[in-house]
Design a protein. Structure first.
Length: 332
């Protein structure tokens, strides 16, 4: 059996530990060996508990020939520079969302990766959700007829989670409330299900948070196909994870726990009045995502998210706060 592909994780915070724990003792194909932190002593206990060596810089990890690829779970604003480091070292890299904060940076990173022949891709774990895959198959098979609209909601209660000075609420890191933490999942989901986004119109405001984080963001979108989509993100209410695809033959609705995968249900209602309900078995999408990246490193499968989808998603991501500030639609 082939030895597991060995990875470095940049950022062993809450999400970095989720990614490591998803594969470290369960996956036969991939494992993490190195953790990068500006303060290795701070993460030393967590790193050792997971069999990782803690280092202070990405350069140290890239200098280790045992490291075959890198996963970035670092602050969003650091991604562009870290991607460039990985490309220069010839190391494949999986970048947590958002891939970058601007379309220009995403295009530059992917162009450099293409020129160097280095695998660079984005981590969008909800593409691995069984109901998402099922819904895409239904849309492509015409089971819902002509697709008219996709309605999405990804909300949670972030009240009191972040104190002043936390990197996630630093200027530029989390524009438009829940956009970087949750909404970008649905932006990518819309692209995955229905193709490129062409225009966004957003309203975003803060009524209740004591820190600079909007609590309500509403986005309407026009897709290149002619269909439309909508995205609602709230950061001060009950957790909600919802996707509804509407077509000329009926609708399909996915509901789940915004914070916990494995509890999704799908209800399909057709215009003839028939209705079917399905509950999906729990599935570790973080493990699937990291294993898929490792398979791409080994040349066994293409990257899960294409460069075109990455760029379109970041263009839409960048356009949301720009539209909210300008008070008008922004072309993507």
């Amino acid at each position: 059996m082939t030895a597991p592909t060995q990875l470095a994780i940049v950022g062993l915070g809450r999400w970095g530990k989720v990614l490591v724990d998803a594969v470290q003792t369960t996956s036969p194909t991939v494992r993490f060996v190195t953790a990068v932190s500006r303060d290795p002593a701070h993460i030393d206990g967590d790193a050792k508990a997971r069999g990782l060596t803690a280092v202070a810089t990405l350069a140290e990890a890239l200098a280790d020939p045992a490291v075959e690829g890198v996963v970035l779970a670092s602050p969003h604003s650091a991604h562009a520079g870290q991607i460039a480091q990985c490309i220069a070292a010839g190391r494949p890299v999986l970048v947590e969302k958002p891939f970058t904060l601007t379309k220009a940076d995403a295009e530059a990173a992917l162009a450099a990766a293409d020129e160097a022949g280095v695998l660079v891709t984005a981590a969008h774990n909800r593409r691995f959700l069984a109901p998402m895959v099922t819904l895409k198959e239904m849309i492509e098979a015409g089971a819902l007829g002509t697709l008219l609209h996709i309605e999405t909601n990804f909300s949670s209660d972030m009240t009191g989670r972040y104190q002043a000075g936390h990197w996630r609420i630093a200027p530029g890191e989390s524009p438009a409330g829940g956009l970087a933490g949750s909404g970008i999942h649905h932006i990518d989901g819309i692209i995955y299900l229905a193709g490129p986004i062409a225009e966004v119109f957003a309203v975003s405001c803060r009524r209740v948070h004591d820190v600079p984080l909007d609590d309500t963001t509403v986005v309407t979108m026009r897709l290149a196909s002619g269909a439309t989509a909508s995205l609602l993100m709230m950061t001060a209410t009950a957790p909600t994870y919802r996707i509804v695809a509407y077509g000329t033959k009926g609708k399909a609705e996915i509901n789940g726990d915004a914070a916990r995968r494995g509890s999704e249900t799908m209800v399909v209602t057709l215009t003839d009045g028939s209705e079917t309900r399905r509950a999906f078995e729990p599935f570790d999408i973080e493990r699937a995502e990291v294993e898929a990246f490792a398979a791409s490193i080994r040349g066994e499968a293409p990257a899960q998210v294409t460069p075109a989808d990455i760029v379109n998603g970041i263009a839409a991501f960048e356009a949301v706060p720009a539209s909210a500030e300008a008070g008008r639609p922004i072309a993507v």
